[in-house]
Design a protein around this ligand. Structure first.
Ligand SMILES: *Cc1c(COP(=O)(O)O)cnc(C)c1O
Length: 453
């Protein structure tokens, strides 16, 4: 009988996050202050973020200790299992071994609390009383609600109105954990009031929700800070707990991956599993392939431009050197809402630029088909985002079959899809279509960007 799950005992939970910048041959270019174009400082960032998170954002230390309080909360669901996808292997009739890290076992159902918990912790430690954030599909908002509650913080989530109306379950999770979840635009902020005045029936937008969350944080510099769920270095840093666990668990399985795969929105679950394996490439001379998978409809890594852009749609983050489609790029309404982001974090962009990682874009009908096959062979219904990683793993496994050689594949299952069954309904009903943006469409939003060398 093959071992199915590799369970790391709690007392072997890694105690430090890994900062890949310390080992990269070339660090990314610095963040720039959007007004002065000077390199961003900790004090620039501390206006919005807890000071320790601002320090982590710019840190070059190789390891950062995970505070004991955070380790204690991680233990609610961590170490997360490493699973051998025996059923999927059999269905594909492949000589490849397929492993996945199951981040869907968290209370929120995805990897996002790996960063929400330390973000809440450092804010509480600094004496902050309230956190604000925005959420599109609701995954990040629910993670921050879960985490903030555990540290006695008030959490306010500005959820894009259309999602608020269409996705009641994430909102109900936030309420259950005691957070306020508002349909954005609200009447609580000047930006929200202006938007409602202009159009009382506005569906809202992510940019507007960010503006509201930031405005709330800035009007209370003593007691309120804003939190981000992806893209920024400190978020990716926290997510490396996944890859650090996976390294120990692959040892238990007596295996080493030839290829490591993750889906990419802003890059946090991908960076989380990939960076500790890239350390092996940079420091031990290994040649593990690392593949980021994006939707064909939002192809920032495969078709974007490598240049400075703002990390959010509203310009509150620094200018970040990134692969971007332009922050005004409007991806089609695909079901993997978490992957609709216009750019990738600075470290991931630099790695791709230098050829240290690969990127691939997959159409959504192929990813949803992969998700259904995974559900029928492994039991778990994957998040629509995660089906991109599964589809790429399947491509790798089928290639190994054609070549008739063994291969070990590891991917990050960033979350389960039990709250996203609408996507499966659409897929099973044959209503999903693929969409590939034209070159002109991409050029339009990229050309709007300021050119900064
Ligand atoms: C948010 C989310 C993503 C995309 O975000 P990253 O920061 O790129 O990881 C992927 N999968 C799931 C399940 C998510 O909730």
């Amino acid at each position: 009988m093959k071992t199915k799950k590799f369970i790391l005992p709690e007392n072997q939970l890694p105690t430090a996050w890994y900062n890949l910048i310390a080992d990269m041959p070339n660090a990314p270019r610095p963040y720039l202050n959007p007004h002065t174009h000077q390199p961003t400082t900790v004090s620039d960032l501390s206006v919005l973020l807890a000071e320790e998170l601002a320090r982590q954002e710019l840190s070059t230390e190789r390891y950062i200790e995970i505070p004991e309080e955070v380790q204690q909360i991680y233990r609610i669901w961590r170490p997360a299992p490493l699973v051998r996808a025996v059923g999927l292997e059999r269905a594909l009739d492949t000589p490849a071994k397929i492993f996945f890290k199951n981040e869907g076992v968290s209370p929120v159902g995805s990897h996002k609390p790996n960063s929400a918990v330390p973000q809440a912790y450092y804010n509480a430690k600094q004496g902050v009383r309230r956190l604000t954030t925005e959420t599109g599909a609701g995954q990040w908002g629910s993670a921050l609600s879960f985490a903030g509650n555990l540290f006695g913080l008030d959490v306010e989530v500005f959820m894009v109105r259309v999602s608020y109306d269409q996705k009641p379950y994430r909102r109900l999770m936030m309420h259950t954990w005691g957070a306020e979840c508002y349909a954005s635009p609200t009447t609580l902020t000047a930006s929200g009031r202006a938007a409602r005045m202009a159009d009382p029936h506005t569906p809202g937008s992510l940019g507007l929700a960010i503006s509201e969350a930031v405005e709330r944080a800035l009007e209370d510099p003593e007691g309120t800070r804003y939190c981000l769920g992806s893209v920024m270095n400190h978020v990716l840093l926290h997510q490396t707990i996944t890859g650090e666990e996976a390294i120990l668990q692959m040892q238990m399985a007596d295996a080493e991956p030839d290829v490591v795969i993750g889906c990419i929105g802003g890059g946090s679950n991908f960076g989380g599993i990939a960076f500790p394996f890239l350390r092996k490439n940079f420091c031990e001379g290994k040649k593990i392939r690392v593949v980021a998978v994006e939707p064909e409809s939002c192809p920032k890594l495969t078709r974007g431009s490598f240049q400075y852009d703002i990390g959010d749609v509203s310009g509150y983050t620094p200018l970040i050197p990134m692969y971007t489609l332009g922050h005004d790029f409007q991806p089609s309404a695909i079901h993997a809402g978490g992957l609709r982001y216009h750019g990738a974090g600075a470290i991931i962009s630099q790695l791709l630029h230098e050829g240290a990682i690969e990127a691939t874009a997959i159409p959504q009908t192929e990813t949803m088909k992969a998700g259904v096959l995974f559900a029928r062979t492994e039991g778990i219904i994957p998040a629509p985002e995660s089906t991109h990683a599964i589809a790429a793993a399947i491509r790798e496994a089928l290639q190994a079959k054609i070549e008739g050689r063994e291969k070990t594949i590891l991917f990050n299952l960033s979350g389960h899809g039990t709250i996203d069954l609408y996507a499966y309904e659409q897929h099973l009903g044959g209503h999903l279509q693929d969409y590939v943006p034209s070159d002109e469409e991409i050029a339009r939003t990229v050309q709007q960007l300021e050119r900064i060398i």
